[in-house]
Design a protein around this ligand. Structure first.
Ligand SMILES: *Cc1c(COP(=O)(O)O)cnc(C)c1O
Length: 376
């Protein structure tokens, strides 16, 4: 909780829920990434929070942008990023959208199969492509499964095909899973990457870029290592596997750039029990899975929640959202401890909510408005 957010909430009381993002924290986070990985360019993952004020600030600071769609590319351009600072990092793109990105000047594209390479060769001729390899996501609180990337042995073929079709086989990418709590998890992917670099070099294709993805954590209830620990572990792994021929590297932080910059103010709508013998109270907030807290899915992300009564005795609560959908329960398998004195109508502050909240909020399920956002 920053003083600026505290003041803003006090000066502008309002019916919520609402997210407030402090740009000073985003600026600090950018500086920490730049310092922790000094030879690495930052491509902010726009999907984490595309608020124009955030994109404007990062563009001014010199950040590049990882975009997943044509509208995200337009948002990055509107913030003042030149097209050379934008990558189209989604491996699943309509050919029409590739053509649109190409017309807007974007020349850097992610792929993970030959069919996507063929689309890019047709719609964005001569561009640079990087191939995403599968990563198992072990150690991550929000793993990214098998949806993106291909097996290492396939990556070499995909890039060879790109080369043959007149594209620039630029490099590789991977994502170690979001909210990755173990800085050593980059090592395995870098080992595999180095082998692909060598393999392709033998076939006359010199890759020059390594995209280290996102995954940098933000602090929720559990402590996380500082970004400099990640920088050190990654640099050591690069040295181990690439020796003194370390390629150009980029990172794509999303959560780590904006997560801790935002706080949601929400309100307790109801507190009840399901039976006299019920050990847990049910606490219903005016925010749930559909208007900002989608990452509580499977209770994966556990946000710190502050109340005015935090000094008081705590008791286990099932925490739920306001909508009439039974999946709109935030924490039940592992009940959340909240003060016994918490009252209906009380405000609560949900910390670490700068990333993946507004963008995961529905347009109005059950008539609940999308999450309001203020960037200060
Ligand atoms: C979502 C995404 C990111 C950002 O991941 P974080 O874990 O939030 O840092 C980076 N790269 C790609 C390709 C993504 O899809």
């Amino acid at each position: 909780m920053t003083d600026r957010i505290k003041e803003f909430l006090a000066r502008h009381p309002e019916d919520g829920p609402r997210l407030v993002v402090d740009l000073d924290i985003v600026r600090d986070n950018y500086a920490s990434f730049a310092k922790a990985l000094p030879d690495t360019r930052v491509f902010y993952a726009v999907k984490a929070n595309p608020a124009p004020e955030i994109l404007d600030l990062l563009a001014r600071l010199g950040s590049c942008f990882d975009c997943a769609s044509a509208p995200e590319i337009e948002q990055a351009l509107a913030a003042g990023a030149a097209p050379e600072r934008i990558s189209f990092g989604n491996t699943i793109k309509k050919e029409r959208d590739i053509a649109r990105a190409f017309a807007l000047g974007v020349r850097l594209y992610a792929v993970d199969c030959e069919a996507e390479v063929e689309k890019i060769a047709r719609a964005a001729p001569g561009s640079r492509v990087f191939c995403r390899i599968l990563c198992d996501g072990a150690g991550a609180e929000w793993p990214l499964s098998r949806k993106f990337g291909c097996a290492p042995e396939m990556a070499a073929r995909v890039l060879e095909r790109a080369h043959a079709l007149g594209l620039v086989a630029h490099g590789l990418s991977f994502h170690v899973g979001s909210q990755q709590r173990d800085p050593r998890m980059w090592d395995g992917a870098l080992k595999v990457s180095a082998a692909i670099f060598r393999d392709l070099a033998e076939r006359g294709i010199e890759l020059t870029m390594l995209n280290l993805g996102g995954g940098f954590p933000t602090r929720y209830l559990k402590d996380v290592a500082p970004v400099r620990a990640y920088g050190r572990a990654i640099f050591r792994a690069l040295r181990r596997h690439f020796g003194n021929r370390i390629p150009e590297t980029i990172i794509e932080p999303g959560r780590g750039m904006v997560g801790n910059a935002g706080i949601i103010e929400a309100e307790v709508v109801l507190i009840s029990k399901k039976a006299d013998s019920d050990e847990n109270r049910w606490v219903y907030l005016d925010i749930g899975k559909f208007n900002g807290l989608a990452e509580t899915m499977d209770e994966m992300i556990r946000y710190p929640i502050r109340t005015e009564f935090d000094e008081d005795e705590l008791s286990p609560c099932v925490l739920a959202g306001p909508s009439c959908d039974s999946v709109d329960v935030l924490y039940e398998k592992d009940p959340y401890l909240l003060p016994v004195s918490l009252e209906i109508g009380a405000k609560v502050l949900i910390e670490g909510t700068g990333a993946y909240t507004t963008t995961y909020s529905s347009v109005g399920f059950n008539g609940f408005a999308p999450l309001k956002s203020y960037v200060i």
